[in-house]
Design a protein around this ligand. Structure first.
Ligand SMILES: Nc1nc2c(ncn2[C@@H]2O[C@H](COP(=O)(O)OP(=O)(O)OP(=O)(O)O)[C@@H](O)[C@H]2O)c(=O)[nH]1
Ligand SMILES: [Mg+2]
Length: 222
């Protein structure tokens, strides 16, 4: 007969808090995206452009995670968005407890969606659930087409992937789109892939439509 160790913790502390965040947001019919990339891939620039493009049609509250500074929250506010900055003081990822605290500071009744910009890091953040309804990966072409193969966890776990800085493709930046997308699909056949440029706006409409779909989907669950 098998034995169950009743003292064994089924969920770790972070997972327990992430589940709490997830249930809280699901109860409000509010999608929550956990946006993850290496430093500088363009998360904040993408979010600022998205907030300007969406206007009042999808009101996005942003939780910014950085080791230090409030620079990204200020950029989001300059774009017309609502942002709460969390400083992790050295930690390479956000925790569910930090997100819970930030949620309490956001005007949730006036928002349609939460977007968390995690600390710039291609490895650690994907291992810590925050209560998100979906992870979104960002990879910029300047980082190289081998990154999905070399750092698979994020790409395997993300529901959407933005391949950013498409405007840089050319002689100086040779990024093999077929190789990158094939490697991502081998890890995650269902991921939605959007080749975009946060600077020129190319490819962004598909991403906006995906965001609208996230809002519709969470509301339907209420
Ligand atoms: N050419 C080009 N530059 C971009 C694009 N998106 C972002 N950048 C530039 O890339 C740099 C980093 O962009 P951020 O938006 O700060 O990147 P991030 O991922 O938020 O960075 P961290 O928060 O530090 O991890 C900035 O100089 C942006 O102007 C793009 O689509 N094309
Ligand atoms: Mg940023």
């Amino acid at each position: 007969m098998s034995e169950i160790d009743v003292n064994k913790r089924i969920l770790g502390e972070n997972d327990r808090r992430a589940l709490g965040n997830s249930l809280f947001l699901a109860g409000r019919g509010m999608p929550c995206l956990n946006v993850i990339s290496s430093p500088g891939a363009g998360k904040t620039t993408l979010l600022a452009r998205t907030i300007k493009a969406m206007g009042d049609s999808i009101r996005i509250g942003v939780i910014e995670g950085d080791i230090t500074t409030s620079l990204d929250a200020e950029k989001i506010r300059s774009a017309g968005g609502v942002a709460i900055q969390i400083n992790t003081d050295g930690a390479c990822h956000l925790s569910a407890a930090q997100v819970f605290e930030a949620l309490g500071k956001l005007p949730l009744d006036d928002l349609d969606m939460i977007v968390i910009e995690n600390v710039g890091n291609l490895v650690c953040p994907s291992a810590f659930a925050l209560g998100e309804s979906a992870k979104v990966a960002v990879l910029s072409v300047a980082e190289g087409d081998d990154k999905p193969a070399k750092y698979p966890a994020l790409f395997a776990r993300s529901r959407a992937l933005l391949i950013n800085k498409m405007d840089l493709l050319g002689p100086a930046v040779d990024f093999d789109m077929d190789r990158a997308t094939a490697d991502v699909r081998a890890l995650n056949k269902d991921v939605e892939i959007f080749p975009v440029s946060a600077v020129t706006g190319q490819g962004m409409e598909g991403w906006y439509e995906w965001l609208r779909e996230q809002v519709r989907r969470e509301r339907c669950r209420l």
